[in-house]
Design a protein around this ligand. Structure first.
Ligand SMILES: Cc1cc2nc3c(=O)[nH]c(=O)nc-3n(C[C@H](O)[C@H](O)[C@H](O)COP(=O)(O)OP(=O)(O)OC[C@H]3O[C@@H](n4cnc5c(N)ncnc54)[C@H](O)[C@@H]3O)c2cc1C
Length: 378
């Protein structure tokens, strides 16, 4: 036992002296911190998690945080989201209470033509095991009486819910640290080089070396990709959110675009704008968002808005996740996706399988870089 302790101590010191890690994860948003945590569970890897800010300084700290499944299409994408949502209860057993609530989700529609597509959605999603009910007006209002009587109906599924993103990321990082992951925050990565089999990660606080590297830079994925000589096929898409004063609990379900948090605040938002890294809130979008909220839930016209914020989604060019090894650069992996809150438990699991076993329990070809033309590394 003493011998093992001494060997471990020697390993730690030795790694610190030569700054060599098995895996360096760049970016400690929900995706990078999930990867670091899941990797740490096996205790097989010496892992370093680096962030230029703190774990919630990116998109994961400015999100709606639905764990949303039922309207995700095509159905293979819905299935991926469902598998991840199914992991949440177990994740909570392991890392602690992330305030995950499977509330059930309602996506209202306002005319009969939309009912047709709702029925088609229900049929397609049933093929992969996502149960959706298509409700008429009375049925929706019985479930969620605050919704507008103007709606024609809604799709409903029990699988949808939401989570507290702050607790989620904090607890991923805490559990990863407990399992031995090293963290270096407030430390931008400025360049990455590969010599032989080893990556050199040059940061503001010095150089680190690793056998494998995972880039999970969220909206900054393009900049990080350039360090590996590749053009990451992602866009930045701003989303603006309004937050009401705390209200008595009145929303039971997670509604498409609207949810009530535990403290009573209602978070409202659905906007999508391609404006680069500009995180300002703008009056026109705030007004449209407020109008949308009142169309859905008329009583919100009496609520005070106390805060607004915006976040930048990292959006792969075709909208679907990227999780792949960089072509021509063995040991370098990139992960970028929208809906990272929903997908993080599954993505962390799959990335760990890939890094540890070289293969995954779900075929990742749909998430490859090859599907975009012209992605080349140097
Ligand atoms: C308004 C809005 C609403 C959303 N609603 C939902 C929702 O309801 N459900 C859902 O599932 N998803 C939602 N999303 C999407 C979800 O929030 C994101 O997919 C997720 O947060 C992305 O996590 P990430 O770890 O990839 O990125 P981030 O959280 O941005 O993390 C990336 C990290 O990389 C670091 N980094 C970047 N460059 C460097 C560098 N050079 N050196 C060191 N560190 C670096 C950054 O500092 C950052 O911390 C929403 C997004 C927005 C904007």
């Amino acid at each position: 036992m003493w011998y093992r302790y001494l060997v471990n101590q020697w390993k730690m010191v030795n790694h610190k002296m030569d700054n060599l890690f098995d895996v360096i994860v760049v970016g400690s948003g929900v995706i990078g911190s999930s990867v670091a945590y899941h990797l740490s569970e096996s205790k097989k890897h010496e892992v370093l998690l680096i962030d230029k800010g703190f774990p919630l300084s990116g998109t994961s700290g400015s999100t709606q945080a639905w764990v949303w499944v039922h309207s995700k299409t095509p159905s293979w994408y819905g299935e991926l989201s469902m598998l991840s949502a199914e992991l949440y209860p177990f994740l909570e057993k392991k890392i602690g209470d992330v305030e995950y609530k499977r509330t059930g989700g309602i996506a209202p529609f306002f005319n009969e033509a939309e009912r047709e597509s709702a029925l088609r959605l229900a049929e397609k999603q049933a093929e992969v095991g996502i149960e959706i009910e298509v409700l008429n007006r009375e049925e929706v209002l019985e479930k969620e009486p605050s919704l507008s009587p103007e709606i024609a109906g809604a799709t409903f599924s029990k699988i949808d819910g939401n989570v507290n993103p702050f607790r989620l990321v904090e607890l991923y990082v805490k559990a990863a640290r407990k399992n031995g992951v090293h963290c270096s925050f407030y430390n931008p990565v400025n360049d990455i080089e590969k010599s032989g089999d080893i990556f050199q990660v040059k940061t503001q606080k010095g150089s680190f070396r690793s056998k494998k590297i995972v880039l999970a830079g969220g909206p900054w994925s393009k900049e990080l990709g350039k360090m590996l000589g590749m053009d990451m096929p992602v866009k930045q898409v701003r989303g603006q959110i309004l937050v009401t004063e705390p209200l008595q609990p009145f929303l039971k379900y997670t509604i498409g675009g609207i949810r009530q948090a535990d403290n009573g605040e209602v978070l409202i938002g659905y906007s999508k704008e391609e404006v680069g890294y500009d995180r300002r809130s703008t009056l026109d979008v705030m007004q449209q968002t407020a109008r949308m909220a009142i169309d859905f839930i008329p009583a919100l016209s009496k609520a005070n808005i106390v805060r607004c914020f915006s976040g930048i989604r990292v959006m792969p060019e075709d909208g679907f996740p990227i999780l792949d090894e960089v072509p021509g650069m063995e040991g370098a992996y990139v992960i970028a996706m929208h809906s990272g809150i929903t997908l993080s438990p599954l993505i962390g699991t799959l990335m760990t399988e890939l890094l540890t076993e070289g293969e995954t329990s779900i075929n990742l070809s749909r998430f490859s870089l090859e599907r975009f033309n012209g992605i080349q590394s140097r």
